[in-house]
Design a protein. Sequence first.
Length: 368
Amino acid sequence: MSKSVRFGLIGLGLISNRHASYLRAGDVKRCELTAVCDVDPTRLEKYSDIKTFTSSEDLIRSGEVDAVLIATPHYAHTAIGIDALENGLHVLIEKPISVHKADCERLIAAHKNPKQIFGVMYNLRTVDCWKKMKQLIDSGELGEIMRINWICTNWFRTEEYYASGGWRGTWAGEGGGVLMNQCPHYLDLWQYFFGMPSKVRAFCGFGVRHNIEVEDEVTAYMEYPNKATGVLITSTGEFPGTNRLEVACERGKVVIEDGSLKFTRNEIETTKFSRTAEGGIVFPPVWNVDIPVSGKGGLHSEVTQKFVDAILDSTPLVADAEEGIKSVELANAMLYSSLTDSTVTLPLDSQVFEKELKRLIAESKFKR
Ligand SMILES: NC(=O)c1ccc[n+]([C@@H]2O[C@H](COP(=O)([O-])OP(=O)(O)OC[C@H]3O[C@@H](n4cnc5c(N)ncnc54)[C@H](O)[C@@H]3O)[C@@H](O)[C@H]2O)c1
């Protein structure tokens, strides 16, 4: 391979405007945008200086690219991703990697050659406060996690947003709503920080705040084998929204909100204190730990740079695409729990969920 990665961008919509802009501005080193593809030929007009395609198959087989960034509507990720991997390309895929767990399994199975780099655009992993949170957990500083509460309702979207692409807000086009389009970033961070729960019980509101058939409000309760619990609340219908993560752990409490990270550290672990303290209503002494957070990170270009570096230097990615199955499984489990009014035990049966999604698509009477 040459010292510069030749990039192809597939799907030229909202997010690709950003991808194309930083790629063309040279913000990602050692790579160049050499080809683009969209099924809508009008979207190709502003790329007359490079190779353009209306079919991803043709771009993938053109010999013009070493890697592709797939930024199409969700269902197309699986087929285009498999095609690109089977044709020897490196693949960076937008979130979610696929709509449902069974498609994720098919896509991941096509990644047979470890020399081919396969990453997912989980750019929020590079935000400084989330990096610090990961560091705190992995270092063991927090001790065992007891309870997680995450309100992420800062995803307000208008009716015009849902009308901007025929695929949005439908089972057949998007395969879900806030869990599938906006919240995957936080579902990914959830599993990245805390791992996968063993049980999920969720309550979804379908088209509560918008003229859509999929969920735009979710409250999910999760349980872990160590008896830790978690609640996640998300919505695209509230403004102003909140993004607040509160984690109760043996060593105290962490709160991340508005870009600040507050760690109130118990000098003695909570359970140990409870077992040994004299007196019924007494509390462990605490330290207020000031953890500086820079407010930097979260750029898509950062994920793409790491992807290019992984291809040229074998360095680690921000997020391996294989890990993308976990946020999809969480989203699917939340939907399935709500639709069946039951608690879902993980791992989710991917075939059962796929069947349920196909039923929703077949029985849909939704008209925008
Ligand atoms: N990482 C992020 O921050 C972020 C932000 C927004 C969207 N996304 C993701 O990016 C993807 C695209 O979202 P969007 O908002 O840009 O959508 P969009 O509807 O604005 O654009 C999608 C484009 O893909 C084209 N397309 C459809 N099928 C195609 C196919 N088979 N081959 C080639 N082109 C095809 C459409 O014509 C359209 O131009 C989704 O997976 C979405 O979840 C990620």
